[in-house]
Ligand binder design. Structure first.
Ligand SMILES: Cc1ncc(C[n+]2csc(CCOP(=O)(O)OP(=O)(O)O)c2C)c(N)n1
Ligand SMILES: [Mg+2]
Length: 665
């Protein structure tokens, strides 16, 4: 061993011991992976990762995603050692309330954490989205001699990541698209929680990735061999035309005399005794906690100088680019800062009353109208483009080798689509949208939840939003999906009533900062006459009185396709002497954000209320109160034409009238 080897090993052991100490202090955490992976991550971070700890948001940085989020102490140790705004105190506070070092990495909480990870498979899949975003941004902005996107996306993934289906979907499309900036380091430690991977996982992962079209770099049989790790990563980064997989055989809890290689070290502290034995084994002061030798810090903090220089070099390049292409540079700044172009709202279409338009069709028209103006609006569908109306006319498809198009074909991969959308949004510069049938939102739910947790600005285009789907039957008719989506904190669900509300829904979706789910109809709906009804801009408040309601005996509160039904029922009720008001309620979340006065003005306490929505009734009670009623459908749907299915479920004028009348004395 020469001197630099000694120093490298010292740094690696510092990472191991920081993880041990933080996890002991918290009496909880996952020491095994950080200990096994320390030499791999250290090699990546010191020899390859281009980052500036002083400026974690610099757009030219390499992205690093710890897909195996349970190894969070590995990441926190590296962030501390390389000079991010993380102190030893923060490491001591591991997993404590309000700390910068939560149990699993959380974006927005910790400088340098690119993405919230922990649900296995998601990190790798979102990293695919980041790598795609890099190509999209590059195709848009790079010019000969000016490469603004010469960065890479690195991921550390574990056995669990490799087992999760979402990662397979995402890796498949990454290979298909040839996302060469992506490098995944796979921690092939052959251990998961229940024991050896041979219990449940015996496929040849490298062969699988080769079949996806990835480049598989030389296998690293010993994670502690940093030269071999380095050589393999070097080969991975040298391949620009394919994503690369570096398979590294590590030993979980490496350095622990009694737990190395054992699943027990996955998710529990080593324990005081074993922690001491481990430190002794590693040549570390046994009694001292959070010990970081000066030589280690001096060496790892070089990242600050290197990072400043790398950023300065990139910024210089950007300045030269800005002189040569001022308009493009201004636009680059705009999209990376998340600002919409000036005057974009003037391009929103308006629909004339009288006709009938499915809200999915209206959504497609909005996309077509905005696409030329809002370049960063890029997306597609999980193979349902013609149904979801997500294909933007006049623009090409995104394909391998040519990322200048705007239409992404995610393939039949809803899980990966949603995860990739997160990565695209987190990368910056893009507002991704993705479509499928509302019923398949379940296939996207884990990533939707993460989008909400991270506040990622993404737009879901969920069409075929009710029993109105019709003949495809109960497998394709969503019933519980609106309720299920509304249950996710931070997700804004909007179910517009007609074409003009759809325009407003898109306006809102673009103006918001977090995720928005649009629920759109397959079937045509009347374009409401705003001359006699309140303007569609009321959508922004979540619910609004479509008709005057001051003297109404009963309020009909409806969303989406049921609003037209409520309006027809209102007329019929009037003929029978009952005064009804109609409230369009496209979004609970938007309504709940309004002040009490507004809410009380739309849904006055004393009024009888009937909610109407073609889905499960769950949750509506809070808006109609104990004296109200809900017309919904708490069962699965049926194979029948849409109109028949809706009528069978009770969504008829007669039934609305009967339910409303039943509320009156
Ligand atoms: C989607 C999902 N399912 C389950 C878990 C719980 N979990 C955390 S780590 C893990 C597997 C551990 O094995 P591996 O990924 O190989 O990590 P290692 O033990 O090698 O560090 C599981 C099942 C999770 N985090 N995410
Ligand atoms: Mg493992």
């Amino acid at each position: 061993m020469n001197k630099s080897d000694d120093l490298d090993l010292l740094c690696v052991n510092a990472i191991r011991c920081l993880a041990i100490d933080a996890i002991e202090a918290a009496s909880s955490g996952h020491p095994g992976a950080p200990m096994g992976l320390a030499p791999v991550a250290y090699t990546l971070w010191t020899r390859f990762l281009r980052h500036n700890p002083a400026d974690p948001a610099w757009p030219g940085r390499d992205r690093f995603v710890l897909s195996a989020g349970h190894a969070s102490m590995l990441l926190y140790s590296l962030l501390y050692l390389t000079g991010y705004d993380i102190t030893l105190e923060d490491l001591r506070d591991f997993r404590q309330l309000g700390s910068k070092t939560p149990g699993h990495p959380e974006r927005g909480l910790t400088p340098g954490v690119e993405m919230t990870t922990g649900p296995l498979g998601q990190g790798l899949s979102s990293a695919v989205g980041m790598a795609l975003a890099r190509e999209l941004i590059g195709a848009r902005f790079n010019r000969p001699g000016f490469d603004l996107t010469d960065y890479r996306v690195f991921v550390i993934a574990s056995d669990g990541d490799m087992m999760e289906g979402v990662a397979s979907e995402a890796s498949s499309i990454a290979g298909h698209l040839g996302l060469g900036s992506l490098v995944c380091l796979y921690d092939d430690n052959q251990i998961t929680i229940e024991g050896k991977t041979e219990l449940s996982f015996s496929e040849d992962v490298a062969a699988r990735y080769r079949a996806y079209g990835w480049h598989v770099a030389p296998f690293v049989p010993d994670a502690n061999d940093m030269e071999a790790v380095s050589a393999s990563i070097q080969e991975a980064v040298s391949n620009d035309s394919q994503p690369s997989l570096v398979v590294v055989r590590s030993r979980i809890a490496c350095g622990s005399p009694n737990l190395e290689g054992h699943e027990k070290a996955h998710g529990a502290p080593l324990g005081v005794e074993e922690a001491c034995l481990t430190k002794k084994n590693l040549g570390w002061p046994e009694e001292q906690k959070f010990c970081v030798p000066e030589a280690v810090l001096a060496h790892t903090r070089v990242a600050l100088e290197k990072g400043a220089a790398a950023e300065a070099e990139w910024s210089g390049r950007f300045e030269a680019y800005a002189s040569a292409f001022p308009d493009l540079a201004a636009d680059y700044r705009r999209v990376t800062e998340g600002r919409l172009p000036q005057g974009w709202e003037a391009h929103l279409p308006e629909f004339e009353p009288g006709g009938k338009v499915a809200t999915r069709g209206a959504s497609g028209k909005v996309l077509d109208a905005l696409a030329p103006v809002i370049w960063e609006l890029i997306g597609g569908s999980a193979d349902l483009g013609p149904s979801n109306q997500t294909f933007i006319k006049g623009f090409e498809s995104v394909r391998k080798g040519d990322f200048s198009g705007r239409n992404v074909h995610f393939g039949v991969r809803e899980h990966a689509m949603a995860a990739m959308m997160n990565g695209m949004a987190l990368h910056g510069g893009i507002i991704p949208y993705g479509g499928t049938f509302l019923v398949f939102a379940d296939y996207m739910r884990p990533a939707i939840r993460l989008a909400a947790l991270m506040g990622a600005h993404v737009v879901y285009v969920f069409t075929h939003d009710s029993l109105g789907v019709g003949e495809d039957g109960p497998t394709h008719q969503p019933v519980e999906h609106l309720a299920a989506l509304r249950a996710i904190p931070g997700l804004c669900v909007i179910r517009p009533a007609d074409a003009n509300e759809t325009v407003e829904a898109w306006r809102l979706a673009l103006l918001r900062s977090g995720p928005v789910a649009l629920a759109l109809s397959r079937q045509s709906l009347p374009v409401l006459d705003r001359g006699s009804l309140a303007p569609a801009s009321g959508l922004a408040k979540g619910a609004y009185a479509l008709t005057p309601a001051d003297d109404a005996d009963v309020l009909l509160i409806a969303s989406g396709s049921e609003v037209a039904l409520a309006l027809t029922a209102r007329e019929a009720l009037a003929e029978s002497g009952v005064k009804a008001g109609v409230v369009s309620m496209p979004s609970w979340e938007l309504f709940d954000e309004q002040d009490k006065e507004y809410r009380a003005s739309v849904l006055p306490a004393g009024k009888k209320k009937l909610a109407i929505e073609a889905g499960v009734t769950m949750g509506w009670r809070k808006y109609v109160g104990d004296s109200g009623a809900v017309l919904g459908w708490d069962r699965f749907g049926m194979s029948a034409p849409g109109g028949v299915a809706l009528a069978t479920a009770g969504f008829t004028v007669e039934n609305v009238m009967a339910k409303a009348q039943a509320l009156l004395p």
